[in-house]
Ligand binder design. Structure first.
Ligand SMILES: [Zn+2]
Length: 442
């Protein structure tokens, strides 16, 4: 498909800066030209999207999620992390079929796309028949998908990870696979090293589409105690130094949370080029704490953001997460100059693309993938306009998204998703919930 997006502001997140009353030309999945409205006349016959009064941004990239948990939204709230996981989430998940995983993942994918997110990094139990990967594919989204690994099912995990990689890595140019140890307290040291070696081996074979290493790290204060209890090993100073000593922290590592990190830990994260995913809403809701993000950025750590699952967020809306990211550190640091709007949008676009090692994503510029979200600014809460970054971070909502292109395809048109029958999906979500609850109570 060929499109010309005409009018409105283009927030390119590249050296081009912001183009006002601009035009974006899309051809065969790529952006081929960006400029003023005048360039539109050079492309007769291209389908026109009228973006007058709108603002185009690179599609947002959500770097930590468990999209299949769509069915658990609102199932268990206001609980401590261990009780939440052990008494509620894990028993519910043990009753999920592959199809339930697919429906939950599709629900989150559709919700994400409708609020301007075009790429997601997600970790969940992989089922060969239905999976998060299939949901991402069917929704039209782009994603990095991993099978979550635990020590107690090592052999099955390795088989499923291998199946996931062979079936899905590189598929349609929209799906990539990652290696996903759940956390250092659920994956024993030798298995952690084995999984990291697997990641390195796959990257040795395949340079075009890197395989990342996605895990939870230092989410709660008690992780050193949990490692000791589970595997009888001392982590030493911290779980970050423990992982460093295991040799599993490097540029492939995408570490969600990193709330409990010391100055020394921040040095390690910077030195090893670990990508940190800040999930402020999830950390607040589960009362885990607040990650020292401004200190990390100051020391050169690559920081991105994620919603985490809708069981701990409870919306897969990156606009909400971006606003929390901008506000929370101002309050903690008592400094309104930290986390300015541009830096937060950067974390959700270009830094996120770098974190997932996915080239040609995260900016609107020629040669990049046509992953674009267009927000309608003709609304009372977005008027008048002085600064696009300010409105995007502090005033806009996911529901302001009017058009979304992913890989050059129009997946949201006039606020409606074009790839999935939403009415059918909502009915399937209710049916899946009921059948899981029946299985839990029978
Ligand atoms: Zn998580």
């Amino acid at each position: 498909m060929e499109f010309k997006i005409v009018g409105g502001s283009i927030v390119t997140m590249s050296e081009i800066g912001i183009v006002r009353d601009g035009c974006i030309i899309v051809e065969d999945g790529e952006i081929i030209d960006v400029g003023s409205r005048d360039i539109a006349s050079r492309y007769p016959g291209y389908d026109k999207i009228d973006a007058s009064g709108c603002v185009a941004i690179p599609g947002l990239i959500n770097c930590h999620h468990h999209i299949a948990m769509g069915l658990l939204r609102g199932y268990a709230d206001d609980l401590a992390l261990s009780e939440w996981l052990e008494k509620w989430v894990w028993p519910f998940e043990s009753k999920l079929t592959g199809y339930d995983i697919y429906v939950g993942a599709l629900l989150t994918a559709v919700e994400s796309i409708l609020s301007g997110c075009t790429t997601v990094n997600t970790m969940y139990h992989y089922a060969p028949d239905y999976s998060e990967a299939k949901a991402i594919m069917d929704s039209g989204m782009r994603g990095v998908v991993g099978h979550v690994c635990f020590s107690w099912r090592r052999e099955d995990d390795l088989k499923l990870t291998d199946h996931l990689y062979r079936e899905w890595h590189g598929k349609d140019g929209r799906i990539r696979v990652s290696i996903d140890p759940h956390a250092c307290y659920t994956v024993d040291p030798s298995y952690m090293v084995e999984l990291h070696n697997l990641c390195l081996e796959l990257n040795d074979k395949n340079h075009e589409s890197p395989v990342t290493f996605h895990t939870h790290l230092a989410e709660t204060e008690d992780e050193p105690v949990k490692v000791k209890k589970a595997f009888g090993v001392e982590t030493g100073k911290s779980v970050v130094s423990y992982m460093e000593n295991l040799g599993v922290l490097d540029e492939y590592t995408v570490a969600a949370h990193c709330v409990y990190v010391s100055e020394d830990d921040i040095s390690i994260l910077a030195k090893r080029r670990v990508k940190v995913v800040h999930c402020p809403v999830s950390n607040l809701k589960l009362s885990s704490g607040i990650a020292p993000i401004p200190a990390m950025l100051k020391r050169g750590v690559k920081v991105t953001i994620g919603t985490d699952s809708v069981c701990s967020h409870n919306r897969s809306d990156m606009f909400e997460t971006m606003k929390f990211t901008a506000l929370i550190h101002k309050g903690v640091c008592r400094d309104p100059t930290v986390m300015p709007a541009f830096s937060v949008l950067k974390a959700a676009t270009i830094s996120a693309a770098e974190a997932l090692m996915w080239d040609k994503l995260g900016a609107i510029k020629p040669g990049y993938y046509a992953d674009i979200a267009i927000l309608d600014f003709r609304k009372p809460h977005l008027m008048p306009l002085y600064d696009e970054y300010s409105h995007i971070i502090y005033a806009a909502r996911g529901s302001d998204v009017r058009y979304v292109l992913i890989d050059g395809k129009l997946v949201v048109d006039e606020g409606r998703i074009t790839t999935v029958d939403v009415e059918w999906l909502l009915e399937e979500a209710v049916k899946a919930r009921d059948s899981v609850l029946d299985r839990i109570h029978s």
